[in-house]
Structure formats: structure tokens, C-alpha cells
Design a protein around this ligand. Structure first.
Ligand code: NDP
Length: 488
């Protein structure tokens, strides 16, 4: 589909109390197409005054309707939204193709999972319940109730805009909360289109609100608002820490899904082709802008050269090009700014003594002329002390290191402030289980890549975050537990 077929003509609105509205200031910002560097759409930019209205609308909807809406009714509305979304997946895939630079084939594949997110929580919420406790004081009947929190602020990054918005919104609504969503200002368009479906799905006005604009002041206005009970944030660790600090003032509940520097451990007895395919995906998928990607590649010395020969051959053949080309595997990064950040890390790595190597030459190509395009790259000769092994680069770059013993591999894998995920490749099942125990990360994958799905919890240890997204844990994290003690 062409840009003009899927994009709105006027500025993209906010969604407040069931109505698409301009911002009170009338100010707009421009969303950029990273593959061309040209303006794609205008978007109304919210200010703190619009956030105030959105939170007010959410509070009103929570008190007047949503908290008392029967679970079965909440479930039906989520299912209806899933159906409406499924009918729009193709158009939304194109919108993210242009707004975020996602190759259209990949964009379709990711967004095809969106309706399933809503369906999973539509089902899950029907099993939500408290329990009866057999307490020691027999003059009491004691039970627990699972109650919604109230209004949840959902702050969404640019790497999987609509998918992450849905992963935050579905459990929050399922638990009986109302939401204010703040998409990244880099990629707001698909979330605005989701907002256009909520009235038809039967959600009362104010249950879902959307405010577009920058992290500061729009996101931070949500974080500071005492009426907001919870913030669910996905993004960089530094922004997450700032939100953590600001949320302390009102003791908000938090789910923080932050950065990672995950390790993939490839042992000599591994199925090398499988491990190579996963490393390739970690570089190429979404141009490496994936929090769970294993960006530290730890290879057992005796197979390192054979592994790298295979991986490098695949990387030389990757199809980089305009995201609208169905054959493109790797498009631009989300913005020139993000590509510039990655380029800076190439210099940092070189200064530290590592050698970055690119596997596709983009020089002189007119279809990848935008400076948001980068080739797939590996850092060779790195040590785990270097910044390129310690900091999240968030681009198509893996840092390669070698190890001799299992203990050395585990020590390197765990020597990080992060703890999001890890992969282990070995045919030795006993060793695999030792690794599962020894590695300190929220998700450990054996003989497969980190492919999160809505039905399994995902969330990091240490500075990778707090709480879980996905799975029934995300639903429970969006509730609070009340204990009732009834005197007999
Ligand atoms: P951020 O983490 O800063 O942004 C994520 C979301 O939070 C966006 O909606 C952003 O708004 C918002 N935000 C930013 N600051 C605040 C704040 N103080 N209060 C409330 N909301 C806020 O991502 P960046 O685009 O700045 O990227 C920085 C780095 O973070 C990247 O280079 C990458 O390394 C990492 N990152 C990690 C992600 C992950 O999934 N782990 C996802 C995205 C980025 P807005 O963008 O509109 O300003």
C-alpha cells in the first residue's frame, strides 16, 4: 500500500474521553520517514494540560463504569477489539513500515500477533480471582480480592510501537483499569489508529486515552500525576531510572522493561547452524533494535572460527533496502539520531581496541541513501570490560568474545549490570540445565533464540527492569490484592 493510501491527511489527533481531538495548544510535531528522511505526517502535540484532561477522563471512566463492568463484558470488548484490529493489520503494518522503517514482511509478521495479545488477556481475565485463606484464628473468615489499580499510564517506545502498546494495554484493561497511552513521539501513528477502533469495540469513553508528544513533558506529566496509580514503561535504562525516581513521590506501582546486553553462549557441541541462525536474527531483526537480542556473542574457542565463517557468509547476503520492498530483510534504523548513536559506538569500540567489521557495503547506493541505514556489523577482538560489551547499542551490531571453559562463559555472561535474557546452545542436556541455573537473567533460552510470546512472562533482572510483561503475571501486576477479615 502506498503512503497516501494509509496515512491521514490532517494532523494525527489525541484520544481523550472517546473523542479524537487536537491538542489544547494546537501545536503539532512532524513524524519522519526514516527510509527517506522526509516528513511523513503531522501529529498534534499534547502538553501537560492535555495529559491532565486525559487522566481526568480515565479517572471518571474508572469510577463511573469500567471498575464495575463485569469480567465477561470486559472480555467481550477485548475480543471485539481483537477482531477489529485483525481486519486492520495490513494497513497498520504499512503505517509502521513507513513510520518506523520496518521491512513490510517483518512488520506484517509482528502485527499479526497483535489480536492474539488482546485475546490472551480476554481469556485470562475470566480466571482472575482471590482466594479463601484457612487462617489460624478460627473466629475469622479470611479471603482476598483482586482489585484493579485505577488509572495506568503506559509509556511506549519506538521499536515495536503498536505491539508494545497492546502488551501494556490488554492486561491493564483486563484487570479493570483505565489507561492513558503515550506512544513514542518517533512512532505515534499506529497507536492513534488503534484509538480509532476503541469506540466501535464498545469501550466507554475515557477507558482508553492517547496523548502524543515527547517524554518530557508529556510522559513525565503522567509519571508525576498523583491520580495515576501505575506506570508501565518500556525503553532505555536511563529514562527508566528517571521515571523510577519521579514515581517515588507518589509511590506508584511500576513495570519497567528496560535495556539489555544479553549473552548467547555457544558451546563446541552445539548445533552450529541453529546458533548461527539465531545470531543472524539478533543482528538483522528490526535492525537490531530489540531489547532481548543477544548482543554479546560468546563462542567456545574451538568452534569460534567455524561459527564466524558461517555467520559472516549469511550477513554478506542480507537484503538491505527500502522497507516497502517485500524482499527487504533489513531496513533503516528508526531514525538518523539512533543510527548516529550506533555510529558513535563504532568509534568508542575502535578507541577501546576492538575492530568493527561491516558485511554489506552501502556506499553509493541510492535506495539506502538516508543516513538511518546501517549495514550489519560485528565487533571482533572485544573484551567484556569494553563499553561496547557493557552498554546497550541498540543497532545491528553484536560484540564477539571467546571462552575456553564453561565457568569462564558463565562469568562473562553474568558480568553485566543488565539481566534481561540469555541463550545457550549445547547438545548436552545436563550442561544446559546447569546453565539455566547459573545464568542470572529473566529469560534463558536453550537451543533457540529469545522469541517472547504473549503467554509467557518476560522481564529483566537487575537494571533490566522491574515486574513482568506478558503472561498471566502482567495481569496480576495490574491488580492489587485486598485482604478481607470477617469476624464470625
Ligand atoms: P526512551 O527510553 O527515552 O523512550 C521510551 C519512551 O519513554 C518514549 O515514549 C519516550 O518519549 C518516553 N520517555 C522518555 N523520557 C521520559 C521521561 N522522563 N518521562 C516519561 N517518559 C519518557 O528511548 P529513546 O528514544 O530516548 O532511546 C534511548 C535509548 O534507549 C536507545 O538508544 C536504546 O538504547 C534504548 N531503548 C531501549 C528500548 C528497549 O526496549 N529496551 C526501546 C527503546 C529505546 P519520546 O520518545 O516521545 O520522547
Amino acid at each position: 500500500m502506498k503512503r497516501e493510501d494509509v496515512l491521514r491527511k490532517g494532523p494525527y489527533p489525541l484520544l481523550i474521553e472517546g473523542k479524537e481531538v487536537p491538542s489544547l495548544s494546537g501545536k503539532t510535531f512532524t513524524s519522519i520517514d526514516p527510509s527517506t528522511g522526509r516528513a511523513l505526517a503531522e501529529v498534534y502535540e499534547a502538553g501537560p494540560e492535555d495529559v491532565d484532561l486525559a487522566v481526568g477522563a480515565a479517572c471518571k471512566a474508572f469510577e463511573s463504569t469500567w471498575r464495575s463492568t463485569l469480567p465477561r463484558e470486559r472480555s467481550k470488548k477485548l475480543m471485539k477489539l481483537a477482531d477489529l484490529l485483525a481486519a486492520r493489520v495490513e494497513a497498520l503494518s504499512w503505517i509502521e513500515c513507513y513510520d518506523a522503517g520496518k521491512p513490510i514482511a517483518a512488520s506484517r509478521a509482528w502485527l499479526a500477533g497483535g489480536p492474539g495479545t488482546l485475546e490472551f488477556y480476554a481469556g485470562c481475565l475470566l480466571g482472575l480471582s482471590g482466594e479463601t485463606l484457612d487462617v489460624s484464628d478460627k473466629t475469622l473468615m479470611d479471603f482476598t480480592l483482586r482489585e484493579p489499580l485505577g488509572v495506568c499510564g503506559l509509556i511506549v517506545p519506538w521499536n515495536f510501537p503498536l505491539s508494545i502498546a497492546l502488551l501494556k494495554m490488554a492486561p491493564a484493561l483486563a484487570a479493570g483499569n483505565c489507561v492513558v497511552i503515550k506512544p513514542s513521539e518517533v512512532t505515534p501513528l499506529s497507536t492513534v489508529e488503534l484509538g480509532a477502533l476503541v469506540a466501535e469495540a464498545g469501550f466507554p469513553p475515557g477507558v482508553i486515552n492517547i496523548v502524543n508528544g515527547p517524554g518530557d513533558p508529556v510522559g513525565s506529566a503522567l509519571v508525576r500525576d498523583p491520580r495515576v496509580a501505575k506506570i508501565s514503561f518500556t525503553g532505555g535504562t536511563e529514562s527508566g531510572k528517571r521515571i523510577f525516581r519521579e514515581a517515588a513521590d507518589t509511590v506508584k506501582r511500576l513495570t519497567l522493561e528496560l535495556g539489555g546486553k544479553s549473552a548467547s553462549l555457544v558451546f563446541a557441541d552445539a548445533d552450529l547452524d541453529k546458533a548461527v541462525a539465531v545470531a543472524y536474527t539478533d543482528i538483522v531483526r528490526n535492525s537490531g533494535q530489540v531489547c532481548g537480542a543477544c548482543t554479546r556473542l560468546l563462542l567456545e574457542e574451538s568452534v569460534a572460527d567455524a561459527f564466524l565463517d558461517k555467520l559472516e557468509a549469511k550477513l554478506r547476503a542480507v537484503k538491505i533496502g527500502p522497507p516497502e520492498d517485500p524482499a527487504t530483510e533489513m531496513g533503516p534504523l528508526v531514525s538518523s539520531a539512533q543510527a548516529a548513536k550506533v555510529r558513535k559506538y563504532l568509534e568508542i569500540g575502535k578507541a577501546e581496541g576492538a575492530t568493527p567489521k561491516a558485511y554489506v557495503d552501502l556506499a553509493g547506493r541510492s535506495d539506502t541513501a538516508s543516513d538511518a541505514f546501517l549495514p550489519p556489523m560485528l565487533f571482533h577482538g572485544a573484551t567484556n570490560a569494553m563499553r561496547v560489551a557493557r552498554e546497550e547499542i541498540f543497532g545491528p551490531v553484536l560484540t564477539v568474545m571467546r571462552f575456553r571453559t564453561e565457568a569462564e562463559a558463565v562469568a562473562i555472561a553474568n558480568d553485566t549490570r543488565y539481566g534481561l535474557a540469555a541463550c545457550v546452545f549445547t547438545r548436552d542436556a545436563t550442561r544446559a540445565m546447569r546453565m539455566v541455573r547459573a545464568i542470572s537473567a529473566g529469560t534463558v533460552c536453550v537451543n533457540t533464540g529469545v522469541r517472547s510470546s504473549v503467554d509467557a512472562p518476560f522481564g529483566g533482572f537487575r537494571e533490566s527492569g522491574i515486574g513482568k510483561e506478558r503472561g498471566k503475571e502482567a495481569l496480576l501486576d495490574d491488580t492489587q490484592l485486598k485482604n478481607v477479615r470477617y469476624g464470625l
